[in-house]
Design a binder for this molecule. Structure first.
Ligand SMILES: Cc1ncc(COP(=O)(O)O)c(C=O)c1O
Length: 352
C-alpha cells in the first residue's frame, strides 16, 4: 500500500468552447429534454426557489430510500468536499482505491489526513476491493474512497468484491470507518449495484454526480445518499443556499437511470470507438461506462498535444500516474470519425 503525500490541485477534463471534446466524460446523448425545459423555466427570484426538499423527495423515491437519506449538492464535488470537511482532520487515516479521480486525494491532503492508496495495476486494472476490505479490518481508516465505475479505468467492482466489502463492514472492528462510494458514472453501466445492502450498513455514503448523466456541467448538481445521521454531519459544514435554483429545477425532473435503449446506444458507440482505436494500433481497455482508458505508450503526451493543436480535447492520464495512457469519452459516431481522422494524421509522426 502506497502513502500519498501531495496535495497538488487535481487536474480535470474539459476542453475550451468550440473544441471537439473527448476529455470530459459527459453523457454523449446530451441534455434530456425535460431537464433542459426545467432549467429554462426555473424560477430564481425568490429564496423559496432554493428549497431543495421536493427535488430530494423525488430522487429519494427513485432510489427507494427515505427523503431524509438524500441531500442535494452542488455537483458531486460539494458532496465530496463536505465529506472530507466533516470526516477528515489532521492525522486521520484516509484510504483510496487508485488510480482514481484526483479530488479524493486532494481533499484528504487539504484536511491534513494521512492518505494511503491501494492501487490497481495494468493489465487488468481490477480494483483491489478485497484488499480494501482487509485494510478496513486491519488499519481502520476514518474514510475510504471507492469510485465505481472507476475514473479513469472504466472498471466496475464485481458483486463478489462487494461481498468482501459488506463482510468487512459487518465486522465490529470496522465500526469507526466510513466508506464513500462515488457512483457518478454508474447509470452508464449495465451492472447492478448493491445499494440497499451498502446503505443498510449505515456507514456508506453514495455520491452521485448529475452533471455527467444530464450533460450539464455548468449546472452544478449532484446528490449524496446515506444515513440521516451522516447527512446531518455533512450539513453542519454547508454554506447557506449551496445549490442554485437551476440545479434544483433540473434535479426535480431528473432520473438516475438511463433507459436500456439509451444505454445500448452508448455501448454501441463505445464498441465502435474501441474498434477504431484498435485498428490504429492503440490499446483501449474494456470499460462498462462512457469513457475509455487507452494505452498509447511513450507517444501519449505528443498525441494529447497534437490533438489540442487541432482543437480536439484528449485527457492525458499523467495526473492519474499513468503517463502512457489517455482517456477518451465515448462520443457520437460523427465526432468519433473526426477524432480517428485526426489520429491518422497524428500517429505516424509521433510513434517511435
Ligand atoms: C468520479 C467523479 N466524481 C465526481 C466528479 C465531479 O462531478 P460534479 O461535476 O458533479 O461535481 C467527477 C468529475 O469529473 C468525477 O470524475
Amino acid at each position: 500500500m502506497a502513502r500519498v503525500t501531495a496535495a497538488a490541485p487535481a487536474l480535470h477534463g474539459g476542453a475550451p468552447a468550440g473544441w471537439l471534446d473527448f476529455s470530459a466524460n459527459l453523457n454523449p446523448l446530451g441534455v434530456p429534454s425535460a431537464v433542459g425545459a426545467a432549467i429554462a423555466t426555473a424560477g430564481y427570484e425568490r429564496y423559496a426557489d432554493l428549497d431543495a426538499a421536493a427535488a430530494e423527495r423525488h430522487l429519494a423515491a427513485e432510489a427507494g430510500v427515505r427523503a431524509e437519506s438524500v441531500m442535494l449538492t452542488a455537483g458531486a464535488t460539494e458532496a465530496l468536499r463536505l465529506i472530507a470537511g466533516a470526516c477528515l482532520g489532521p492525522g486521520d487515516r484516509a484510504l483510496l482505491v487508485g488510480p482514481t479521480y484526483g479530488e479524493y486525494a486532494r481533499l484528504a491532503a487539504l484536511h491534513g489526513a494521512d492518505l494511503s492508496e491501494l492501487r490497481a495495476s495494468a493489465p487488468s486494472f481490477r480494483p483491489p476491493v478485497e484488499a480494501l476490505a482487509q485494510e478496513l479490518r486491519d488499519s481502520r481508516p476514518g474514510v475510504a474512497f471507492l469510485c465505481d465505475p472507476n475514473n479513469p479505468t472504466g472498471q466496475a467492482v464485481s458483486r463478489r468484491a462487494y461481498d468482501h466489502l459488506l463482510n468487512a463492514l459487518a465486522s465490529p472492528s470496522t465500526r469507526s470507518s466510513l466508506v464513500v462510494i462515488d457512483q457518478s458514472f454508474a447509470p452508464f453501466a449495465a451492472v447492478r449495484f448493491p445499494d440497499a445492502d451498502l446503505l443498510a450498513t449505515d456507514r456508506v455514503l453514495l455520491v452521485r454526480s448529475l452533471t455527467k448523466l444530464l450533460a450539464v456541467p455548468g449546472i452544478r448538481v449532484g446528490y449524496v445518499i446515506g444515513h440521516p445521521r451522516l447527512l446531518a454531519r455533512l450539513r453542519a459544514f454547508r454554506d447557506p443556499w449551496p445549490v442554485g435554483a437551476h440545479a434544483i429545477a433540473a434535479a426535480a425532473v431528473a432520473s438516475w437511470s438511463l433507459s436500456p435503449a439509451r444505454r445500448r446506444r452508448i455501448a454501441a458507440w463505445r464498441r465502435s470507438l474501441t474498434d477504431g482505436l484498435r485498428a490504429r494500433g492503440l490499446r483501449p481497455y474494456r470499460s462498462v461506462t462512457n469513457f475509455l482508458l487507452v494505452e498509447v505508450g511513450a507517444a501519449a503526451p505528443a498525441v494529447v498535444e497534437r490533438a489540442a493543436r487541432r482543437r480536439i480535447g484528449v485527457r492525458s492520464c499523467a495526473s492519474f500516474g499513468l503517463p502512457e495512457f489517455v482517456r477518451l469519452a465515448v462520443r457520437p459516431p460523427h465526432e468519433q470519425a473526426r477524432l480517428l481522422a485526426a489520429l491518422d494524421e497524428i500517429l505516424p509522426g509521433v510513434r517511435p
